[in-house]
Design a protein around this ligand. Structure first.
Ligand code: PYC
Length: 309
């Protein structure tokens, strides 16, 4: 497998350029199902130890079904598959530029949850206009043993998020163990207490907000991803979910700017556009290439497909 590694605001992306499993030319939903059902070991081999780590998000480049797209991509992580990935799309665009497959300008990328528009700016920054995002439920309550009752919004940002209104932690790197533990408890309780995304969809991302440390940012977040790993970046889909809620509450106008700081201090610049009543959030950020490699799978290796989870 030929891979290019990058990070976006501290969160790594490994783009698989070639050598991945044959998934056919069906819809992206069908291709994800094939990857999950027939090649899930391959996913684990790409991102998990010993070739990777729990934090890496993989991005398998595919032929798009829509000819207007520069590429199709399926995102995955240490435990499964993501609908969309904002930091990962920024990583994909910077990777395609690194490979000289695209130049600064506008590029469409097909994902399992829809087509996103990306602009590679001359200075290397990337703006991603996400799929339509929305708040599914406002003030949904959840009780957490030893902590009490919390409320939050359920929102779609390309993945399902629960965004807590309050919590007792300072959002700071020294608190990631407590933040992770608390967010894991919240995620565990949500389905047990009937809080889901649309149609009963599982909420697999939890977002906690706090006071920004960067003087130019509006807030700082901590996002727990599936696989119990926190996003090192401000989380593109998490920022999109938040932007949709802010817009719905009248706290952000179309075209207004909202700067979302992540746990490490990196910032995505967000904004929303509204078309035909649909909220289209955009995030702007930067990715840096960290490496390019050929990965080898040796079936004699007991850890060929990653360390067991
Ligand atoms: O940036 O959307 C994102 C994301 C999702 C999971 C990790 N990063």
């Amino acid at each position: 497998m030929h891979v290019v590694d990058s990070h976006t605001g501290g969160e790594p992306t490994r783009v698989v350029i070639s050598g991945g499993p044959e998934l056919g030319s069906g819809s992206f939903t069908e291709r994800v199902a094939k990857l999950r059902d027939e090649h899930d070991e391959w996913r684990s081999a790409m991102v998990n130890e010993p070739r990777g780590s729990d934090v890496i998000v993989g991005a398998l480049l595919c032929e798009p079904t829509d000819a207007s797209c520069a590429a199709g991509v399926i995102f995955f992580n240490n435990v499964g598959y993501l609908g969309m990935c904002g930091h990962g799309t920024i990583g994909v665009i910077v990777t395609l530029a690194w490979l000289r497959r695209i130049k600064p300008g506008d590029h469409r990328i097909e994902t399992p949850v829809g087509i996103v528009d990306a602009r590679l700016h001359e200075n290397g920054e990337v703006t991603v206009r996400n799929v339509p995002c929305y708040r599914h439920a406002k003030d949904a309550a959840v009780q957490i043993e030893d902590f009490g009752i919390f409320t939050g919004d359920v929102a779609w940002g390309g993945n399902w998020f629960y965004l807590l209104h309050t919590h007792k932690f300072e959002v700071a790197p020294r608190n990631v163990a407590q933040l992770t533990d608390f967010a894991c408890r919240v995620r565990h309780q949500l389905p047990l207490q009937g809080v889901t995304g649309e149609g009963g969809a599982e909420i697999d991302h939890i977002e906690l907000s706090g006071v920004a440390h960067q003087p130019y940012a509006d807030s700082k977040n901590f996002v727990l991803c599936p696989g119990n790993i926190y996003d090192r970046s401000p989380c593109g889909t998490g920022t999109s979910a938040k932007l949709a809620c802010l817009y719905s509450d009248g706290k952000l106008k179309a075209g207004g700017i909202y700067r979302q700081e992540g746990i490490l201090g990196s910032v995505f610049e967000g904004s929303v556009e509204v078309r035909d009543g649909k909220i289209l959030p955009s995030i702007k950020g930067t990715a840096f290439i960290t490496g390019e490699a050929e990965l080898n799978l040796d079936p004699r290796d007991p850890f060929c497909y990653g360390v067991p989870k």
